[in-house]
Write a protein that binds this ligand. Structure first.
Ligand code: C5P
Length: 397
């Protein structure tokens, strides 16, 4: 089972008695380290109050399409873009009909139209309504749109009937929703990713480093894991929780990162780390004293980890990054050639480093593709898809 940790989920609640179970679902999502925003249809608020969900999620609950105050905090299009997943539980027969028709008369159905995120619905209704021909036709239409239907379960219903139509239990919804992120695009492929900065010692207590947070590399490691890859994440010092089921090798400086990269190598090598280009030639054994008005620090060049791997025999499929502050395309294409890369992702260094979101362009021999501004998690999934496509097309793979 995959985990939903760090995912951004819109929990959609529609009008049905099972709405009371969504409060528990919301709690379990939060416990699974999910960032939850709750959107309720007007009829859902007849069953459970928005205040319940506000208290559980820690965020204002969205109920109206045209609510000036809430829109000012996060507009509905922004909310649609923010989500990794829209999870509608319970999904009433009426809501499923609205989804099937692509209607946008309430906030939740509007978000479902506007989003690129995954959408899953957990139906909850009386067994007669579930079996109704209209409902079944609507469900088929909904599935044709790529929306996943979770459940329903068989059993005793709130109205006293017994049959199909009960909403799945919250823990089943959490686990099935997590599995939606498994794509299988890199099933069984060994992927090595470097991430974060390196630290180059000046003396035992001081070092040269940079502002890289490691967020992009860690997001790619998670996305590659979700795509079924065996991931080794070679990480410089960062303050991030590594994704589950990823082997982490912690290093400090560029030469350690090179050793670990050569040892692990893999089928695909993704070099996200902001490796220090230079290191102090001779780190002092003892702390340097401030006895002089000025001091010189002689630096020598670090090995280029990515170029070393991509120019070696039996080279992996190599993906690099170009974080530039000017002439982005020109420098990226130059690096693609000079470092003998299969793919390079270029971006504006000042806008991306340490930020939650990014905007990228990918270049390869004879082509390019643009990734619009998005969270690093959502971008990483699209980037891994592109990498997987090119890896498969590449002769010999
Ligand atoms: O040449 P430049 O440092 O701009 O290239 C960036 C790309 O090369 C990134 O993918 C980075 O991870 C990698 N790199 C490396 N070793 C270095 C410097 C950069 O692997 N010493």
């Amino acid at each position: 089972m995959l985990s939903l940790s760090n995912k951004q989920v819109i929990l959609g609640v529609t009008g049905g008695i099972a709405a009371y179970k969504s409060a528990e679902l919301c709690r379990q999502l939060i416990k699974a380290n999910v960032e939850v925003r709750v959107v309720m249809t007007p009829s859902a608020t007849e069953f459970v109050t928005p205040l319940t969900f506000q208290a559980l999620s820690g965020n204002r609950v969205h109920t109206e399409l045209l609510d000036e105050e809430v829109e000012a905090a996060m507009g509905h299009i922004e909310l649609a873009r923010w989500a990794d997943l829209i999870l509608v539980a319970p999904a009433s027969a009426n809501f499923i009909a609205r989804l099937a028709q692509g209607r946008a008369e309430d906030l939740l159905s509007t978000l479902c139209l506007a989003t690129d995120a995954l959408i899953a619905v957990a139906p909850a209704m009386n067994q007669g309504m579930w079996h109704n021909e209209g409902t079944q036709k609507n469900l088929k239409l909904v599935e044709e749109k790529g929306i996943t239907v979770l459940g329903p379960a068989l059993g005793e219903q709130a109205c006293g009937d017994v049959g199909l139509g009960r909403m799945l239990e919250p823990h089943e919804i959490v686990s099935q929703a997590a599995d939606l992120f498994e794509t299988g695009e890199l099933s069984g492929v060994n992927v090595t990713i470097t991430a974060g900065p390196t630290r180059e010692a000046i003396d035992p207590v001081r070092y040269i480093s940079n502002r890289s947070s490691g967020k992009m590399g860690y997001a790619l490691a998670r996305a590659a894991m979700e795509a079924g890859a065996n991931v080794v994440l070679i990480s410089g010092p960062v303050a991030l929780e590594p994704p589950p089921r990823v082997k982490v090798v912690s290093v400090e400086n560029a030469r350690q990162m090179l050793d670990a990269s050569q040892e692990s190598q893999g089928d695909i090598f993704i070099s996200v780390a902001a490796v220090a280009d230079y290191r102090p030639e001779k780190p002092e054994d003892n702390k340097i004293k401030k006895n002089h008005d000025s001091m010189d620090l002689r630096l020598v060049k670090n090995p280029d980890i990515l170029a070393t791997l991509s120019l070696s025999n039996n080279r992996p499929f190599c993906v690099g990054f170009a974080a530039e502050t000017e002439n982005i395309e020109e420098y990226a294409c130059k690096k693609l050639k000079e470092k003998n890369l299969d793919l390079i992702f270029a971006n504006n260094a000042t806008a991306t480093i340490n930020s939650e979101s990014a905007q990228l362009t990918a270049y390869w021999d004879g082509g390019q593709g643009t990734f619009a501004e998005n969270t690093k998690g959502a971008l990483a999934r699209d980037m891994i898809s592109l990498i997987a496509n090119h890896y498969r097309q590449n002769a010999g793979h």
